[in-house]
Design a protein around this ligand. Structure first.
Ligand code: ARG
Length: 489
């Protein structure tokens, strides 16, 4: 199993430890398609730096850079066999340039190389995921803005609790997704640090310029300690954790809308529904069920990743080859789910009449009546007992004003009208009035939600800027790398 071969480029290739029967098991070449372009960028930045530092002469650098263009044009599928994309690209360069092509791998290892490639690729994927969270938030804010007056039942324990509005409900999810955006942007900033130049883990005697390769690849900074730089994968855990958290947020939104569709509160657009192959009348919320189910993939991926990372010794271990796939799978699945959720929210129709007619069901205005009595000076606990007593007398329905007055006589020994006006009690029993009265900051009153939606809009604008800045930085770095490569033409 350990014979060496010599090909027509005169390059002697060592076949020792090439994997033998385990070759396929060892290989990540197919999965590495995801980092094919990343690896070419990393190779280019490294070669430019090697030439600038005088480690490789300009002519050799030029030939290697030309070969890398050819390899990119030919595509991942045209790569020679190899244990991974890094080895295969190096072989393809040597095939084109000859033995001098092997200088590309001076002062680096596949360990710092793969770590750099994962970060280079994942940061783009995370920005796409961020973009989708922003689009979902825009959809939530847009629909909310139309429904600040649309009263609906609000629930705790899935039991009618207090009336609220569609706008208040939707903004509750917008606020959660805003934190998901923030978590992803935080994760991005720690992904976007360069491990390149740390070599296997122990640095290199060559006079590499790690800041320069970081700059050419658009990384914000260099991961300093070379052992940490090549071995660290906590950025994957952080990213997947942010994705799993976001998927969990989405699963709650999806679940609610599925329930609301079941109750006739909301109609999903046909584009986001499916029918049954046998039951012709069916319109099923399948897309939202798959959004809900995506949390399972993301949480499973996070668990798989952390289990892989747990207890790994320093520095590089091949287990790490199985780590990043979890993050790539999750970022794809979750970004898709976010996109579908945004579409479903933007195109759904809220049935204001059905919502209004059910908003007071289950005596959901009870808390408001108790609040009214407490505002008139009755201790809140006494008011709570009085309204509970009235609710019991109403047998699951809504008590009349007369019932409330009768309870006041029993509990207080006085008429209700010594404390509050009949109009005020009637208003407290009305779901729309009940909502309008709760105008504390962030409350459901149309004025309060309108103010809160302005806050949401300004946070959206600043996150949109944060995304654009990061994208612009990456584009500028890609331009700079292209310009530097072109100098070797
Ligand atoms: N394919 C490997 C990975 O994904 C690249 C690093 C290989 N390094 C090594 N020492 N065998 O992790």
């Amino acid at each position: 199993m350990s014979e060496d071969t010599s090909d027509d480029t005169g390059v002697v290739r060592r076949e020792r430890f090439s994997g033998g029967p385990a070759r396929g098991f060892l290989s990540s070449l197919a999965a590495d398609e995801r980092i094919f372009h990343a690896d070419l960028a990393v190779d280019r930045a490294h070669v430019v730096m090697l030439a600038e530092q005088g480690i490789v002469d300009d002519d050799t650098a030029g030939e290697i850079l030309q070969a890398l263009d050819d390899v990119e044009d030919a595509g991942h599928g045209a790569l020679p066999d190899g244990e991974d994309v890094h080895e295969a690209i190096e072989s393809a360069v040597i095939d084109r340039v000859g033995a001098e092509g092997g200088k590309m791998h001076t002062a680096r290892s596949r360990n710092d190389e793969v770590a750099t490639c994962i970060r280079y690729r994942l940061r783009e994927d995370v920005l796409d995921a961020v973009e989708n969270t922003i689009a979902l938030r825009e959809a939530l804010v847009d629909v909310a803005t139309e429904h600040t007056e649309t009263v609906m039942p609000g629930y705790t324990h899935l039991q009618p609790a207090q009336p609220t509005t569609v706008a208040h409900y939707l903004r509750s999810y917008e606020a959660a997704v805003a934190r998901d955006t923030a978590r992803l942007l935080d994760a991005y900033d720690r992904i976007n640090q360069s491990p390149l130049g740390s070599a296997a883990f122990a640095g290199t005697p060559f006079d590499v310029d790690r800041e320069r390769t970081a700059e050419l690849l658009g990384f914000d900074s260099v991961l300093s300690n070379s052992m940490d730089a090549s071995a660290a994968r906590d950025f994957l855990a952080e990213t997947l954790s942010a994705l799993a958290t976001h998927a969990t947020t989405l699963s709650g939104l999806a679940e609610d809308v599925i329930i609301f569709a079941n109750k006739g509160y909301v109609d999903l657009s046909d584009d986001y529904s499916s029918t049954s192959s046998i039951m012709p009348q069916k319109k099923n919320p399948d897309t939202l069920e798959l959004v809900r189910g995506t949390a399972g993939d993301a949480v499973g991926g996070l668990t798989g990743l952390l289990t892989t990372l747990k207890g790994l010794p320093r520095a590089y271990n091949r287990d790490l080859q199985r780590a990043h796939g979890h993050a790539f799978d999750a970022v794809d699945a979750v970004a898709d789910a976010t996109d579908v959720a945004a579409g479903a929210v933007a195109t759904a129709t809220w049935n204001a009449e059905v919502l209004a007619s059910e908003a007071a069901d289950g005596f959901s205005t009870a808390t408001g009546v108790a609040d009214l009595l407490a505002m008139a000076g009755i201790p809140f606990r006494t008011a709570h007992e009085m309204v509970a007593e009235a609710a019991a007398k109403a047998n699951g329905g809504n008590p009349s004003v007369a019932t409330l007055d009768a309870v006041a006589e029993e509990v207080l020994g006085a008429s209700l009208w010594e404390y509050v006006t009949r109009d005020a009690v009637e208003a407290a029993l009305d779901p729309a009035e009940s909502v309008a009265s709760r105008d504390s900051q962030g409350g459901p009153a149309p004025t309060a939600v309108a103010a809160d939606l302005e806050t949401a809009a300004s946070e959206l604008a600043s996150d949109t800027d944060a995304l654009a800045t990061r994208r612009d930085d990456l584009l500028a770095a890609a331009d700079e790398l292209r310009t530097e490569v072109a100098r070797f033409d």
